[in-house]
Write a protein that binds this ligand. Structure first.
Ligand SMILES: Nc1ncnc2c1ncn2[C@@H]1O[C@H](COP(=O)(O)OP(=O)(O)OP(=O)(O)O)[C@@H](O)[C@H]1O
Ligand SMILES: [Mg+2]
Length: 145
């Protein structure tokens, strides 16, 4: 199942977050992961409303090497981000009410994170969260030093 959410208002942000929650639940993500994915969609969609005035969020079921996951991709044709390195730092914001923690949070909460941006062209962010298999905790434990 894939869904596209068009984003231009605050109401669209809520609708997209709700759609992400529904998809994540259906796919069998844990409650914590459902919450993570919802936050990510909310942050990316809010950025679209605040900085780009319009864009979309694509939610896709992803599959790679026998792993299943949910891919969130935001895209807009807004102003782009002049200094990406700075924008990815905690606390950096050009907004008036922003905390500058949106993009860093998206990066931390997901398993993959990619961003493309060009001044005057727009911004695209793609991030995936993989489903945890029941035995993954064991492997994580094994890997811990
Ligand atoms: N889609 C976008 N288009 C243009 N600039 C963006 C976009 N998303 C983020 N930015 C720029 O990157 C900065 C950092 O974004 P981030 O989401 O981390 O923080 P914020 O939106 O300022 O505050 P917060 O998300 O904590 O409310 C923004 O202040 C803005 O300058
Ligand atoms: Mg933000």
């Amino acid at each position: 199942m894939n869904e596209t959410c068009h984003i231009s208002t605050e109401a669209d942000v809520y609708a997209a977050a709700g759609m992400a929650r529904k998809m994540a639940r259906q796919m069998g993500f844990s409650q914590a992961d459902v919450a993570r994915i919802e936050i990510v969609v909310r942050e990316l969609a809010s950025n679209i409303v605040r900085y780009a005035e319009g864009g979309k969020i694509d939610l896709r079921e992803a599959e790679l090497d026998h792993r299943r996951g949910l891919e969130v991709e935001s895209s807009d044709r807004g102003p782009g981000i002049p200094d990406l390195e700075l924008a990815l730092q905690d606390g950096y914001t050009t907004g008036h009410q922003g905390l500058g923690s949106g993009l860093p949070a998206v990066r931390r909460l997901m398993d993959t994170f990619e961003i493309w941006t060009e001044v005057g062209q727009g911004t695209r962010v793609r991030a995936t969260r993989w489903l945890r298999r029941p035995t993954d905790w064991l492997r994580d434990l094994w890997r811990r030093d």
